[in-house]
Design a protein around this ligand. Structure first.
Ligand code: ACO
Length: 181
């Protein structure tokens, strides 16, 4: 509609079909149905949905964007060398962003920015969480500019990280450090 009103909420089981469909449309990688079930049921995964409440009733709660993420133990992560540890407080964690997407007609309005901000806000509220990190394919300029604008730091280029249709592509590893890491 002309005046969208975007809301952010957790992803729930009613989102299953739409979530799968958007992932199929947006990503060159195939995700298993097990992944989608874990997301909608919140099993080891945290997620946020964006919806446009100004759409007609039967679409006003339909996903137009999403972010999914999971917890990783900092010392078992691939960036354990970049984390500042304080063993007196307990086990440090990180949040790893699995997927982020906004449907095409809703792009360039700051929705992805808001979704990632939700993840950062959530992570910042966890005393043992040291950061948020993710991989992005090296030619995805839109996503790379978004992470740079949000003050993520590019810490690594991983050669041949992605295998898509028998072809290897590099990835960048981006990290947003929190709670003094
Ligand atoms: N070209 C250049 N910069 C862009 C673009 C673009 N097409 N899109 C976003 N940006 C950058 C800009 O810096 C922008 O800030 P500005 O508008 O003030 O200049 C900033 O990102 C924020 O843009 P948003 O409007 O918040 O981004 P949007 O809601 O359009 O979503 C996204 C961006 C998620 C990358 C979208 O294009 C998309 O869904 N793409 C397909 C799926 C994808 O690539 N997902 C990310 C993969 S990485 C991962 O999942 C971990």
């Amino acid at each position: 509609s002309i005046f969208p009103s975007i809301y952010y909420r957790p992803i729930n089981p009613n989102d299953l079909d739409r979530l799968e469909q958007i992932h199929r449309d947006l990503f060159p990688i195939k995700y298993e149905s097990e992944f989608f079930r874990s997301v909608v049921n919140g099993i080891d995964i945290v997620s946020w949905a964006a919806v446009d409440r100004s759409r007609p009733e039967d679409h006003s709660d339909e996903l137009i964007g999403f972010v999914t993420a999971k917890f990783v133990l900092a010392k078992e992560s691939e960036i354990d060398d970049l984390i500042h540890y304080d063993s007196s407080k307990g086990e440090e964690t990180l949040i790893y962003i699995l997927t982020l997407g906004v449907v095409e007609t809703y792009r360039n309005r700051g929705i992805a920015m808001s979704l990632i901000s939700e993840v950062i806000k959530y992570a910042s509220g966890l005393s043992l969480c040291r950061g948020v990190y993710l991989h992005v394919i090296a030619h995805n300029n839109a996503a790379i500019l978004l992470y740079q604008r949000l003050m993520f730091r590019c810490v690594r280029r991983l050669h041949g990280f992605y295998l898509i249709k028998h072809q290897h592509f590099d990835a960048f590893l981006f990290v947003y450090f929190i709670n003094g890491s």
